[in-house]
Design a protein around this ligand. Structure first.
Ligand SMILES: *Cc1c(COP(=O)(O)O)cnc(C)c1O
Length: 349
């Protein structure tokens, strides 16, 4: 089997998700567009998981989840505060701006110390909100946090609360891009409700794909008033699956027996293992010890080229030329060890 460290979306479908995908297929004809029993069941499971009566929608991917969620929070003259490295800023091809008819993203430099890379700080949010209040500036309306961040760091419950407190004071909504929400919850060891609505998050884009689903993300509205007409946005954007059950049913496999957390814990542990094996290698400069499922490190350019020529796939353009070495739910210790050994050799160690 081939394994890579480029992205957790390189991994396949986990057995539990596949099982329920096949169960849904064995259930015969079912109503389309989310009116099926599977989608109802999974939505109820998510309400149980979060211990609140939230509104749940399923879309194909994270770009749509974020873009449509933000569009539902903003008018066209509003703005969304995020970091310079936020996926919504760098990797969604203007989707949030497009679907909101022009809402602007206001970027703040994330925290600069290594352990907080990629994170918004309360100060940065406060600064952006108070910078201008005239009619010529797009009115700040949302703070968007990525959990885990694009640079592999985590917001603690206290940090989310601190940012939410400012958001509340300044009448901003809080959006969480949780493409790797599972990895964050697993690493923090907190209850999923504590890092979301209990900490002031209004909408969570709960990633399933990178955690072992075939496809699909859940958009979870904790403030149900915000989801008014969301179904229409989903449909208009071409994100309403007619055979919705094949997106929703696999979530049963993830939620039953906390498979989503088990998958995430495994991916996180593999990142720890990789870190242990390469941290001391001369030429390797790890940016910060892994907090979730990726190791971020600077490697010498010739070593990167050698590793790529050997067939290892990983990104080398993240965070000012650093390499992102990403582990998935199915990354094996053997692959980690083989990769680490090749890194060591490529660095001449
Ligand atoms: C992967 C990812 C997404 C979702 O991307 P899609 O390719 O649109 O599914 C969103 N946010 C972050 C931080 C991601 O890493």
């Amino acid at each position: 089997m081939t394994e890579h460290f480029a992205s957790d979306n390189y991994a396949g479908i986990c057995p539990e998700a596949l099982h329920w995908f096949l169960e849904a297929n064995a259930s015969g004809h079912q109503p389309g567009y989310g009116e099926d029993e599977w989608t109802q069941r999974v939505s109820d499971r998510l309400r149980e998981l979060f211990q609140t009566d939230c509104d749940v929608y399923f879309v194909f991917n994270g770009t749509a989840a974020n873009s449509l969620a933000l569009a539902s929070l903003c008018q066209s003259y509003h703005s969304v505060i995020c970091t310079t490295v936020a996926h919504i800023e760098t990797d969604e091809c203007g989707g949030p701006e497009f679907f909101s008819n022009g809402s602007k993203l206001l970027v703040a430099e994330g925290a600069s110390d290594a352990a907080r890379l990629g994170k918004l700080t309360p100060d940065a949010v406060e600064q952006l909100v108070t910078k201008r209040d005239d009619i010529h500036y797009p009115k700040p309306k949302v703070v968007s946090l990525t959990q885990a961040t694009e640079l592999g760091t985590l917001y603690t419950v206290e940090e989310v609360r601190a940012i939410s407190a400012i958001a509340k004071r300044r009448q901003l909504r809080v959006h969480m891009d949780g493409a790797r929400f599972a990895n964050a919850v697993a690493a923090l060891g907190c209850h999923p409700s504590d890092i979301t609505w209990r900490a002031g998050v209004d909408v969570l884009c709960f990633g399933g794909t990178k955690n072992g689903l075939p496809v699909g993300e859940a958009v979870v509205f904790f403030d149900r008033a915000l989801s008014e007409d969301f179904a229409y946005r989903v449909k208009q954007a071409g994100q309403l699956a007619s055979k919705m059950r094949f997106i929703s049913a696999p979530w049963i496999g993830m939620l039953e027996n906390d498979v989503w957390l088990r998958n995430a814990r495994h991916a996180n542990a593999m990142a720890q293992r990789l870190h242990e094996r390469i941290a001391g290698v001369p030429g390797v400069r790890v940016m910060h010890p892994p907090q979730a499922n990726a190791v971020f490190a600077f490697l010498p350019r010739p070593a990167i080229d050698t590793l790529h020529a050997q067939g290892w796939k990983f990104y080398d353009f993240i965070a000012g030329g650093g390499c992102r070495l990403m582990c998935a739910w199915d990354t094996t210790p053997e692959a980690v060890d083989a990769f680490a050994a090749d890194i060591r050799k490529a660095c001449g160690a």
